[in-house]
Write a protein that binds this ligand. Structure first.
Ligand SMILES: [Zn+2]
Ligand SMILES: [Zn+2]
Length: 393
């Protein structure tokens, strides 16, 4: 068979994007076959996704918004969906939410070949190809999340530029600048008794709380955060929290506000979205902590509150190191193993070094890190403190 190319191989000559796709037609969102689509000379994003996966569902509109912007300004960019859907109706429904073409659902061979070629293991995945078919970026999904259309053309040079911009922004960050990201200047936040000028927060440690009413983990964490907040207020610490609403409905926003004893940005999506993008907030609840100098202390406030409660304050590396040392000492006082009412096997104590790691506590359903009681066989883990509620024996 020497010298005879297999059907799966790229056709001779040509090169470019067609040698990657190797098929003459794609399908439009309305289901029409498109012969020889206009892909030549463009940057192509191969979008591997499936409708049944929430991360794909969430990413699709983000990519679509960037795509429309790029189209609007005439950038040479196209996206081709390579669906990982399991049946045709799901594929068609999912594809109709997108403004770009797709590899035909029935072309399993092409899909398999592309997945293999680009070693697609997780989705969503956006493989960006240059007009000559070379890979520009193996997975630009993160970049699109972070920078939207600004990520184009996804090259190493562009990424370096964006990251340098970020570094400059973060280095010169002040609280006032944060509330005017993307040129939307806010001078006040809403407090219980009316408007509070942002200038009055300068010099304090400020938690930016990205959350929404219709979100079970948020409601749970809000209660914990409120406990920490009142404890810090009781100690007269220079601390404030500002609710950054991720609510999709004003009703939910108003209810969130009535649940929260702290300040809030108004229900006007733009400043909140700008802040979420600036801090690259991917999930809620998220607690970003800004220090008295206006610089970011941590974006991991949620985890730190779960771990150390009010002892996490002021959330600095030095404070967290102290807490970790204290935890290491305290862990020695906990039993090496115990039984927990939620699990039928004995749990043993682990630290981050001995098999622990980030986990979700099966007792309080919040994040944990470092010390835990764990059943290795089942992956059942709880905070050391949450083990106490079960008693030993
Ligand atoms: Zn717990
Ligand atoms: Zn078990």
């Amino acid at each position: 068979m020497a010298g005879v190319p297999e059907a799966d191989e790229a056709p001779e000559g040509g090169g470019g994007i067609r040698s990657v796709l190797t098929i003459g037609s794609l399908v439009s969102p309305s289901g029409n076959e498109v012969h020889f689509p206009e892909l030549d000379g463009k940057i192509i994003g191969l979008y591997f996704a499936a409708n049944w996966y929430p991360k794909c569902e969430a990413f699709t509109p983000v990519l679509a918004a960037a795509y429309q912007q790029l189209k609007g300004r005439g950038a040479g960019f196209e996206v081709v969906l390579v669906s990982c859907d399991e049946d045709r109706p799901s594929f068609e429904r999912f594809h109709r939410t997108m403004p770009w073409l797709a590899v035909p659902f029935g072309d399993l061979r092409c899909k398999k070949r592309l997945s293999g070629r680009f070693q697609v293991e997780g989705i969503p995945r956006l493989v960006v190809l240059a007009p000559d078919g070379e890979v520009v970026h193996p997975d630009a999904a993160d970049l699109v999340h972070r920078y939207g259309e600004g990520a184009f053309p996804f090259s190493a040079a562009r990424v370096a530029e964006l990251e340098a911009d970020d570094q400059r922004k973060y280095a010169s960050q002040t609280l006032e600048k944060l509330f005017s990201v993307d040129g939307i200047k806010k001078e006040f936040v809403t407090g219980g008794n009316g408007q509070v000028p942002i200038s009055s927060l300068v010099g304090k440690t400020v938690g930016l709380y990205f959350s929404a009413h219709q979100c079970a983990p948020c409601m749970k964490f809000t209660a914990k955060l409120a406990g920490m907040y009142s404890s810090l207020k009781g100690k007269a610490e220079d601390f404030e929290i500002v609710y950054v609403p991720m609510d999709k409905e004003e009703d939910g926003y108003l209810r969130s506000c009535s649940d929260m004893p702290w300040l809030a940005l108004p229900y006007d999506g733009a400043p909140s979205r700008a802040l979420a993008r600036y801090f690259d907030v991917r999930e809620i609840p998220t607690l970003v902590v800004v220090g008295p100098d206006g610089k970011t202390v941590t974006r991991d406030g949620r985890n730190l509150v779960n771990l150390y409660f009010d002892m996490a304050f002021p959330f600095t590396d030095a404070q967290i190191r102290l807490r970790q040392e204290a935890e290491d000492k305290a862990a020695k006082g906990f039993p090496q193993s115990l039984r927990h009412r939620g699990h039928r096997h004995e749990l043993s104590i682990v630290s981050e070094k001995s098999g622990g790691g980030p986990y979700i506590c099966c007792e309080c359903e919040e994040q944990g890190l470092g010390w835990a009681y764990q059943c290795i066989a089942c992956g059942y883990e709880i905070h050391l403190r949450c083990g106490g509620s079960a008693g030993t024996g």
